[in-house]
Design a binder for this molecule. Structure first.
Ligand SMILES: [Mg+2]
Length: 291
């Protein structure tokens, strides 16, 4: 077992702010297990370090997971499309951005989160897509039933229900020609949206990504703690913007694909896969930041 840091005596909170991808990073690529990271999570929580999910998942998909992982912090959802801030969390919206955000921020009373739009709200995305249906053939989550999504993805019914509850993006399946796809992409860009290619779906989202949302959220933490240094952990192409935004990038080795090419002064490529790599890298950084 690797040497680990344990808070046997009262230590000051290291000046760290952690952003983490989930699938293939904190959660094992094959079975979503995170047992290897549990001890480190407990330590991070005991040290009072904010650690933030930065993921393609929806807020609804994350609600159970954040309880299981004992995470009480904001979450960047839907590939940076938006941020969910728990009610009462000690962060203040910057005054210069408050104005714009007020019109786009919604509050879900049932879940006690304030949702901040960084890209575009899903209704806006759907309104943009609607007239394009006369020119192009595609289908999206907004037209799919839970059963259809289960058949398409192999998700369980509960998982599919949660994946359909979206706030900042619309996954589509392209059913038209490659040539028409180029035209479609151009029109999407003209509407200040962009396309993000995933494994099965193409995600239509606003002009945001995991890095832009991370920068925005970090600026809120820096208002009261400008000394905070950011660490980002991720394994995939859609993590590059987040990793390049960080003071220290931790590239988590994947059992199924090559590590993404990241331009960052301080970067670490883990020796181990998924949660093992996650845990070892953070243990080492915690030791480093305690000196
Ligand atoms: Mg990943």
């Amino acid at each position: 077992m690797a040497k680990s840091l344990t808070p046997t005596k009262q230590v000051a909170t290291p000046n760290l702010l952690i952003y983490t991808d989930l699938d293939g990073t904190l959660l094992d690529h094959h079975d979503y297990n995170f047992a290897a990271a549990e001890e480190t999570i407990e330590l991070i929580n005991q040290l009072g370090i904010a650690w933030i999910f930065n993921t393609s998942k929806t807020l609804t998909e994350l609600l159970t997971l954040r309880e299981t992982l004992n995470n009480q912090h904001p979450m960047i959802v839907e590939n940076g499309g938006g941020i969910a801030i728990p009610a009462g969390y000690p962060l203040t919206l910057p005054p210069q951005q408050d104005q714009t955000l007020k019109s786009s921020a919604t509050h879900r009373a049932d879940q006690n989160f304030q949702l901040i739009t960084i890209g575009k709200q899903r209704e806006h995305i759907l309104e943009t897509l609607e007239p394009l249906r006369t020119q192009f053939t595609f289908t999206g989550f907004s037209e799919m039933s839970v059963t259809e999504l289960v058949v398409l993805t192999g998700l369980s019914t509960t998982q599919a229900e949660k994946a359909l509850q979206r706030d900042f993006s619309e996954p589509i399946i392209w059913l038209d020609s490659e040539e028409k796809f180029e035209q479609f992409e151009q029109i999407i860009t003209e509407h200040s949206l962009h396309l993000l290619r995933g494994g099965r779906f193409i995600h239509v989202i606003g002009n945001s990504n995991k890095g832009i949302a991370m920068r925005w959220l970090t600026s809120l933490y820096h208002q009261t703690k400008p000394e905070l240094k950011t660490v980002a952990l991720g394994d995939g192409e859609n993590d590059i913007a987040m990793l390049e935004e960080a003071d220290t990038a931790v590239i988590i080795r994947s059992p199924v694909h090559n590590p993404p090419q990241v331009r960052c002064k301080n970067k670490i490529l883990t020796k181990d896969y998924g949660p093992n790599g996650w845990s070892h890298a953070l243990q080492a950084l915690l030791v480093e930041f305690n000196h």
